[in-house]
Each structure stands twice: as C-alpha cells, then as structure tokens.
Ligand binder design. Structure first.
Ligand code: ADE
Ligand code: ZN
Length: 348
C-alpha cells in the first residue's frame, strides 16, 4: 500500500472503519433474525412465541454464557418455515451489510435446526440462495454459504445432514461446526469432516470460544480446518499461538459476541489486540448481530474505541478479512486494491 495508515487523522477513524471494504466471515444467518422479524414471521406462519412483545423478547437477551444464548437463538429460529422466510431473513442481513460496506459475506447456516422441525433442507437452501443471488445483482455483494453441523448432536446426525445436502453441493462452499462447545470436541466429528474434505468442501470450525486450546489443536489436526472461528482462548497455549502465527491460520473473532456471552467481562478486557500483536491473522465479525448489539461495523467501532486501535490496525483487519475469505486470488487482489483506494482517499 502506498498510503501509510498513520497519515490518517485519528478523528477520521470511525468514518474510515465505516467506509473501508471488508469481508464478513463469521455470521450465522439465523443470528441476524431481529426481534421485529421474528414477530412478523411468527404472525405470518401462525407460530406461537413464548414472549408477548418485541420488547419482552429483546429484554430476554441477557446472556450468561454460550448455552443461555443458544436456547433463545434456537427458539427464535422456530418461526422459519417457508422458503420466503429464509429469503427475507438473509435479505435483511444483506441490506445491513451493504450499509457497512461489506463486499463479501460467508454465511453460516444451521440446517439441523430446521430439518429437526420438519422443514426440508431444500426449503432452507433455496430461500438462502435466492437472497444471495439478489444480493449480488441488486447490492453488488458477493456471498457464499457454509453449512454448519450442530456439535451437540451426534456425528451420525451430521453425516445424515451431509447426505441430505449433497444434491445441493454447488449451493454451499464448505462446512463448519457450531453450537455448544464444551464437552463436544472437534474430534467427535472426525469422520464427517474427513468425508467433506474428500468432497473438496472448505472446512472451518468454532473452537476456543468457551472450549480449551486443545479444541483448536484438534480442529486443526483432526478436522484439518482452514480457519478457526473465535479461537480467542489460544492465548492460554503459547506454543499454539506461535503455530497459528507461523501457519497464518485466520481467526474469525467476534468481539461483541464475546462480551455478550461473558467470554470477556468488558471490551477493554478483550484480547484482540494481544492476538494482533502476536502476529495472528485476526478478522472482526458479528457472529449473531441481532442478539449481540451490533453488525460488523459496530464490532469494529467498539473494539477500536476500547482497545485504542489505529488506522494501521484497521488496514490489517480489513485486509485480513479479504485475504482469509474463500474467493479466488484475483478477486482478493481486486478488493485489496479497493481497500488501498479507500485509505488513499482518507489520507488525502
Ligand atoms: N451458533 C450461533 N452462534 C454461535 C456461537 N457464538 N458459538 C457457537 N455456536 C453458535
Ligand atoms: Zn459463531
């Protein structure tokens, strides 16, 4: 980059964070379901909710750990029944992403949350795909879907889900592993990930969010994942931090999520700056923005304010997000050129 980020005035940082092109690599599409949309879909589909109003539902978003969130998150997803519901949810996310200058989004979806309730896989994938295509044509946003297996369910269930998904193989680029981490180590899913690897799917997994560094190691060594989702607990194992830095393994960190789920007490306690200082390929993402108080730019803004990060960090984080994505080298270079242009404009 020809423009040095330190020549950008600190008071322009919030506008720069907003304007810079970025990729979002860790976003559960079911976690973008805002309370207003939950109520609208509940009414449209005749689904009864346990909360009397949008306000009452939002007031319940006081989480103590990952499981306390997941219980509400799966209840929220119960309003999704029809192809249009999945489309409308994803479209609402893309409109928000456009406002944050997201140029590319790799979206997680949890098919088992829906197929378990009798919603066919086909309904889920058709609705999401339609929103992705519309995002490309109407908003100029590139996107891809990553199918996540729920780790609190069995590997047999994951294998069945993969079989169900295979007729739609060209509609998703990879697989991930999410839901309750503690007690469900990556190695529980060794066979299904091995099969996905043979199929040429891209591989990621949540690890080291609430679970120990050993789960990050087994995600790498047993599942052969290419990115670690969260990964913040890697700092408890210095040899692992060195390995992640040496290998350039991207971490998709979600700061607001980590605060809301009490992984860190406050944003000032977050270790994102430590991870960057250790040379790790850190990215900033929103995880479940409807539940955690903000979309991707809010994550950037609050992290930068609390950890006193500067324009150099902004460049590194945005560039990491583009480079850690699963698009072609050519496409990455084109977006990095756009990023450089944005920085040049702000330095002028
Ligand atoms: N599913 C949705 N959000 C998640 C998170 N933060 N961790 C694990 N599973 C999830
Ligand atoms: Zn997540």
């Amino acid at each position: 980059m020809s423009t040095l980020p330190h020549s950008i005035a600190p008071d322009r940082l919030p506008a720069l964070l907003q304007a810079m092109p970025k990729a979002e690599l860790h976003m559960h599409i079911e976690g973008s379901l805002e309370p207003e949309l939950i109520f609208a879909l509940a009414q449209r589909n005749g689904v009864a909710l346990a909360y009397p109003s949008v306000e009452a539902l939002r007031a319940a978003y006081a989480f103590t750990d990952l499981q306390s969130f997941l219980d509400i998150y799966y209840a929220g997803a119960s309003v999704l029944l029809k192809e249009d519901d999945f489309h409308d949810m994803a479209w609402a996310y893309f409109e928000r992403a456009k406002a944050d200058n997201v140029v590319h989004a790799e979206l997680f979806f949890d098919p088992q949350t829906h197929t378990e309730r009798g919603v066919p896989f086909e309904v889920v994938i058709r609705g999401l795909t339609r929103a992705c295509e519309r995002a490309r044509s109407e908003l100029g946003i590139s996107s891809a879907l990553i199918l996540c297996f729920l780790r609190h369910l069995s590997e047999e269930d994951a294998l069945r889900t993969l079989e169900e998904a295979l007729p739609w193989r060209d509609h998703f680029i990879g697989v991930g592993l999410d839901s309750s981490e503690r007690g469900h180590p990556p190695e529980k899913f060794a066979r299904v990930f091995a099969r996905c690897r043979e199929l040429g799917l891209r591989l990621v997994a949540h690890a080291g969010e609430e679970g120990p560094p050993a789960y990050i190691i087994s995600a790498l060594d047993v599942l052969h994942v290419e990115r670690i989702d969260h990964g913040v607990r890697c700092v408890e194992d210095p040899a692992l931090v060195q390995r992640l830095a040496r290998q350039g393994t991207p971490l998709t960190v979600c700061p607001l999520s980590n605060i809301k789920l009490c992984v860190f007490q406050t944003m000032a306690d977050h270790n994102l700056r430590t991870l960057l200082d250790a040379g790790l390929k850190v990215t900033i993402n929103s995880d479940d923005p409807a539940y955690f108080g903000g979309y991707v730019n809010q994550n950037y803004l609050e992290t930068f304010a609390a950890l006193d990060l500067d324009a150099g960090h902004a460049y590194t984080l945005a560039r990491n997000s583009l480079e850690a994505s699963f698009v072609s080298g050519e496409q990455k270079a084109a977006w990095v050129a756009q990023l450089d242009e944005t920085f040049a404009r702000f330095a002028a």
